[in-house]
Design a protein around this ligand. Structure first.
Ligand code: ADP
Ligand code: MG
Length: 417
């Protein structure tokens, strides 16, 4: 029974990186970093060495080989070296009879881990085999070395050595690697899905935009036809040309604004003028509002409010909120979306208010969580992405809503210093 308790405790420690990854990266739009792997492995190594399995004072067993291998697979050789140093320092501090054997075993398993982790990363088709070989080797090498260096002890406690070691190492490696792999590939899928959500939102807007670009083109064509008439006065022709230029300029602005959203993100943060930016976004989303019979209004007391943000991301952010507001009003005969911008000490406050379908309290509680959508073709990722962006800008978002009456989203973003 004692063995089982020891094994279970060590397996629990071996799961530390997986558990911390699931908690820390759950709502993040990014995958694990090498630093994360190194730190979680260090915590795991520390815990498993502090509460090891032992049948004789001075000789301890823990999941160090499992952690070392896992650390090298996901964090690379640097993580392995950091763990090796941690192990050596801590093992010397603990002291006792087993130090000599421990150092011999670790020098063999460290080199083997480095080799196997490279194989694991390079040959994706043999990953299961490599994991299996790692589990078996990390069980046999310690038993073999202990037989050579601590013969009497090993023979006296043969049951413990034969049972605990292989189960702890083979099962530990297998469980940790497979659970972590699953979590990482789920995350990759989610990230890909988020990416396609961005382009889908843009594609929605683009469909109605194409419609809207036709209007100024038709107007320009009409005026050009009028200009062909020789009897037209100089004054009138000048006026027509001005109108044409104005229409073409507006179309050009809308299209270039659209293209700047549709192009892939670049990660630069810039000083951005918010009011102008929101006007530009209204320009490109107005066709979508028209298509849904919704009027868009904007009110602002300040003319210039600067924030620091990634230009593509901030556009995406407002498009997500305004598009949702339009969609919430789509069923009404006279939907209205109002955008109010004001300054509140060191923050810009942007309220997006609609008189649409509203939300129940349960729905409001779920806002921003992955895949929550009440629309038949919704993805439930728009707000997830937007909430993440707001958090990354140190901003805040609050929502007030009542079923059947409408919704008010208030975004607060820190102003540029
Ligand atoms: P999607 O638009 O694909 O459904 P979002 O993440 O953009 O995904 O929105 C999630 C859900 O939040 C929507 O399905 C809707 O139920 C709710 N929601 C968001 N904005 C509003 C709003 N202005 N009015 C009513 N419900 C809203
Ligand atoms: Mg949406």
């Amino acid at each position: 029974m004692l063995y089982v308790k020891d094994i279970l405790l060590q397996l629990l420690f071996a799961l530390t990186p997986f558990v911390l990854y699931t908690i820390y990266y759950r709502d993040k739009a990014e995958n694990y970093s090498k630093q994360f792997i190194t730190i979680t492995c260090m915590i795991c190594l520390f815990m498993s060495m502090t509460f090891p399995a032992s049948v004789q004072k001075g000789i301890i067993f823990d999941v160090r080989y499992v952690i070392m291998f896992f650390g090298m697979v996901y964090g690379g050789i640097t993580t392995g070296v950091v763990l090796l140093v941690e192990f050596l320092i801590y093992r010397l501090l603990i002291g006792g009879q087993g130090i000599f054997s421990a150092v011999i075993i670790l020098s063999i398993t460290f080199s083997l881990s480095a080799l196997l982790s490279i194989l694991y990363r390079r040959c994706s088709e043999y990953r299961k085999l490599v994991t299996f070989i790692a589990g078996i080797s990390f069980s046999l090498i310690p038993i073999g070395t202990m037989l050579a260096t601590e013969y009497h002890y090993t023979i006296q406690n043969l049951n413990f050595n034969i049972l605990v070691m292989p189960v702890q190492n083979s099962l530990g490696i297998w469980i940790l690697i497979s659970l972590f792999n699953k979590a990482v590939s789920d995350k990759e899928l989610y990230l890909r899905y988020l990416q396609s959500e961005k382009s889908e939102t843009i594609a929605h807007v683009a469909a109605s935009l194409a419609h809207e670009v036709r209007n100024p083109l038709t107007a320009v064509m009409g005026f050009l036809k009028l200009l062909k008439d020789d009897s037209i006065t100089k004054e009138k022709s000048q006026k027509y040309i001005d109108i044409c230029l104005e229409e073409i300029k507006r179309t050009e602005v809308i299209l270039s604004e659209y293209l700047s959203i549709a192009k892939p993100n670049h990660s630069m943060v810039e000083k951005i003028e918010l009011v102008q930016q929101i006007y530009a976004i209204i320009d490109i989303i107005t066709p979508y509002a028209n298509m849904n019979n919704v009027t868009l209004e904007i009110q602002h007391l300040e003319d210039q409010l600067y924030v620091s943000a990634n230009p593509t991301e901030i556009k995406q952010l407002f498009i997500n909120f305004i598009k949702n507001a339009i969609e919430a009003c789509a069923v009404l005969p006279s939907g209205n979306v109002n955008i109010c911008i004001e300054r509140q000490s060191k923050f810009a406050k942007i309220a997006i208010i609609d008189n649409g379908v509203g939300m129940s309290i349960e729905q409001m509680d779920r806002l921003g969580s992955i895949y929550f959508s009440t629309k038949s073709k919704g993805t439930g990722l728009g707000l997830t992405l937007s909430y993440q962006l707001i958090r990354s800008m140190n901003g805040d978002v609050t929502v007030r809503s009542k079923s059947g009456e409408g919704t008010q989203f208030i975004l607060t973003l820190p102003l540029f210093d």
